[in-house]
Design a protein around this ligand. Sequence first.
Ligand code: ATP
Length: 306
Amino acid sequence: MTVRVPAKVNLQLSVGPLRDDGYHDLVNVFHAVSLTDEVTAVPSERLHISVEAAPRSRVDVAGVPTGRGNLAARAALLVAARLGVEPQAALRIRKAIPVAGGMAGGSADAAAALVACARLWDDREDPLLGRAELLELAAELGSDVPFALVGGTAVGLGRGERLTPALTRGTFHWVFALAEGGLSTPAVYDECDRLRAARGERPRSPKVSEELMTALATGDAKGLGGALTNDLQPAALLLKPALRRTLAAGRDLGALGALVSGSGPTCAFLAESDEHAADLEAGLDAAGVAAALVRAHGPVSGATII
Ligand code: ATP
């Protein structure tokens, strides 16, 4: 059972005040792109996880846990517990999504493992774990996991897990600049809180950007480029100052929009067309501002059995 699952880029990431439970209230507009991981589940006596870089991708998988610390393993255990079966599967994870890159690769693998294991261990015509149940399990695993199941473009409220699909038209073309090494998401949120406190900023409850929604609904790439925002970007740039040069290079090369993806350090550049994306990619390559470059389009569907 092989499931393909997309990375996400956040088109809007607005971080509200810190809540009593330690999370922030977010407005998180997720967009699934054609940069994908694959998770294959095969029957096995016990749960086993292996992780490899996808062919031709230059993802460094050295830091990805292969035990129960892997989010895909946690997903498999959750499915087994819910079905009342032993977690008898070997999961092979092929990664093209950068690790700790701000593109929710771990969450994507968890979503793929949910779908793969649910299908592997329950082949009833009317499966016990339908879409609604899988979405519930996904939300238990993490705020970004439900979106990896549904894909497309969606507005996430709360911690990001309460999803509503966003109306979009056409296809958007992207270039992603991968960085050497990753950034820890909690460290970036902490830095964001620290920066705000130092500046005496009191964040208000975030709102969905009308400008962004209109650009998506009308397929207006220029409008979308101008409406991209990420409240975590200043913190990510402080933690990895080299990203300033990466973003500036993309803007100089005519990207319609340039921003840090989620908690970074991957940078996302919006292009007018696939050809423009190819030019941007070549320009960024020549500028030497990225460890690797990937072209992708969105929106694409969420975790899909192939
Ligand atoms: P997000 O965008 O959701 O903040 P991210 O893309 O920055 O996440 P991930 O690649 O999801 O970061 O991984 C963050 C950490 O989670 C890794 O450093 C790794 O230790 C751990 N991890 C657990 N399972 C996985 C997995 N299947 N793939 C990648 N990392 C995983």
